[in-house]
Design a protein. Structure first.
Length: 197
């Protein structure tokens, strides 16, 4: 399975072998989010948290703690410590990373912090943390659900690959159902699926 370290390696390579830690965290968040938007699935299995500078992936944060930047050696050290071998990303995942890099790769860390602070999924997790806590829980499912309903803003200029899923509203399903009773088992199955809005 793809890990955050596979994604981080790709992003660090796109940035010439080293990248600011804050920027890497935000790019991983957007890569995860836009992949979820297109597939309804997680890009990687590691844990998100809401922190003061936006969303972070806990395992990646541990890898670069107290460092201003991450390089390929830092990631490889983490892979070795975790006995995690690099997975070559498939063409679809690379296309998502290409789109994320093209849209956000030239942004500064501070700009990316600002962008992630505008994302309600981070805001809700940050505001719901325990009093005095430095981080709030931000579940992968919450990020997936949020991005399933989020569409790129004009300013993002995201050239994403074609989606692997289609979403249907309850009204659209009701319309289909009213037109043909023969489709009822299909409509019921779709309704039972978690991506119905």
């Amino acid at each position: 399975m793809t890990t955050v370290f596979d994604v981080a390696t790709e992003l660090v390579e796109r940035n010439g072998g080293s990248i600011e830690t804050v920027k890497l965290q935000k790019l991983c968040f957007y890569a995860f989010g836009w992949y979820a938007h297109l597939t309804g699935e997680p890009l990687f299995g590691e844990t998100f948290y809401a922190m003061a500078k936006g969303p972070v992936v806990g395992e990646l944060l541990s890898a670069h703690a107290q460092r201003p930047s991450v390089d390929l050696e830092t990631i490889e050290d983490q892979r070795e410590a975790r006995q995690d071998e690099r997975e070559e990303l498939d063409a679809y995942k690379k296309a998502v990373l290409d789109a994320v890099w093209a849209a956000y790769g030239s942004a500064t860390s501070w700009k990316l912090i600002s962008l992630t602070h505008d994302e309600p999924v981070w805001d809700e997790a940050w505001k719901s943390r325990r009093p005095g806590a430095r981080r709030g829980d931000l579940s992968r499912d919450a990020v997936i659900d949020y991005f399933l309903d989020r569409y790129p803003k004009d300013s993002e200029q995201l050239d994403l690959p074609l989606a692997m899923i289609s979403r249907a509203s309850s009204a659209a399903l009701a319309d289909i159902e009213s037109q043909a009773k023969v489709h009822r088992p299909y409509v019921d199955a779709v309704r039972a699926f978690r991506f119905v809005s």
